[in-house]
Design a protein around this ligand. Structure first.
Ligand code: PLP
Length: 384
């Protein structure tokens, strides 16, 4: 653990975002909050606990152990497993009551086998995944009825719901919104095929954050927000765009990444800084050393470009970010920066940050999702 560098999780902001999600969707729409990857690097447990308190219907994880961790901490809300696991984990799925997404004959049969061996006195619920364009998990839409039949015919499994995932709903381009419409239509057709087979499709769900915010006519029974719970908008479905549509919605970043100045060095004009000598001091200057680097999740590709906040002002990171440290040009004899002052790398306004995870994402040619989930286990999470 790195003691001066930590992530602060603003509990009130997380609750605010979740409450606003609840207000945004109509009362009949169920909500499944994605808490995978430890709540996008924040706290999966806290997110699940607040989701449960607010009466949401599901939280979603990516692996069985994430689900087990929540159950062991006393979480009662339904847990949906969005990724696939292997048969060795099926027993845990059942014992910890984690609802899997299924879509192939082998998977359904192997799961049914495990359920039979355990000898349940109820039918184990599963979601049938439909691939309408994402090219990841799910059967083709025209196989839905057959797969649904396999599930119910097993005698031990129950079709609890049907799920698909939009792949370009975070883009506002006409051709992409058209593709989303086509995905929705394919999904609805698959649901109809299942119904025609005399099988109840259960809870049907398509949209993640972007779909929830922008494709409000494609909710089916449940939406699955993730990134907006943690305070960031999905790509082009931005704050400005949602405001321009006059849709009342607001969120606040949940996480701040902070560290401290651990040394102030005095360098002459012409001195170079860090590996590769990519940065040369243009004049005599002072350089603050920060004990945070790419092994903490401060990715190497944030420099050049990254600016950190110290006492309300921004200063540039200079030279390459190292594994465990980086250097910041604070200017000569700067009275505003002292040894051991707090440095804020990104965060909500409350943290004093002048940058958000989205700003870092732009510099690093990535998305806020990756900025947050990249923080390593060396960064302690402090809930505040
Ligand atoms: C991660 C994920 C979500 C949440 O996505 P966001 O873009 O963060 O809202 C929803 N559904 C599935 C299947 C996912 O994998």
């Amino acid at each position: 653990m790195n003691r001066c560098s930590k992530a602060i999780i603003y509990k009130d902001n997380l609750r605010y975002n979740l409450e606003n999600i609840k207000k945004y969707v109509n009362k009949d729409t169920k909500v499944c909050v994605a808490v995978k990857a430890d709540g996008y690097g924040t706290s999966g447990l806290l997110t699940a606990q607040i989701s449960e308190e607010l009466g949401f219907d599901y939280v979603a994880v990516a692996c069985v152990d994430e689900g087990i961790e929540l159950r062991n901490a006393g979480v009662k809300i339904n847990i949906l497993l969005l990724s696939l696991c292997t048969p060795e984990e099926f027993e845990d799925l059942i014992n910890f009551n984690i609802t899997p997404l299924v879509f192939t004959e082998e998977y359904i049969q192997a799961l049914a086998e495990t359920a039979k061996n355990i000898g349940l006195d109820y039918k184990f619920p599963v979601f049938l995944g439909i691939d309408t364009g994402m090219g990841r998990v799910g059967c083709y839409p025209d196989e839905a009825a057959k797969q649904a039949k396999l599930i119910t015919d097993s005698g031990v499994l129950k079709l609890e719901g049907m799920i698909t995932h939009f792949c370009v709903s975070d883009s506002l381009e006409e051709k992409n919104q058209q593709f989303t419409k086509e995905q929705y239509k394919k999904f609805c057709d698959a649901v109809d095929d299942v119904k025609a087979e005399g099988i109840n499709p259960g809870i049907c769900t398509c949209g993640a954050s972007a779909g929830m915010l922008n494709n409000t006519d494609m909710y089916c029974d449940m939406v699955r927000p993730g990134i907006i719970a943690y305070g960031y908008y999905p790509d082009e479905v931005s704050e400005q765009y949602i405001k321009s549509k006059n849709k009342g919605f607001d969120i606040k970043p949940v996480m701040a990444l902070v560290t401290k100045v651990v040394a102030i060095r005095h360098f002459p004009k012409g001195k170079t800084i860090s590996y590769g000598r990519t940065y040369t001091c243009q004049e005599d200057t002072d350089i603050a050393v920060l004990p945070i680097g790419y092994a903490d999740g401060l990715l190497r590709r944030y420099s050049p470009g990254l600016e950190v906040t110290i006492n309300g002002k921004k200063y540039p990171v200079c030279g390459r970010i190292c594994m465990d440290q980086c250097m910041v040009n604070i200017g000569k004899n700067n009275p505003d920066v002292k040894l051991w002052d707090e440095v804020i790398i990104f965060g909500p306004k409350e943290s004093g940050a002048l940058c958000t995870a989205e700003d870092l994402a732009k510099i690093g040619h990535t998305i806020s999702y990756e900025v947050m989930t990249s923080l390593s286990k060396r960064i302690k999470r402090e809930i505040r």
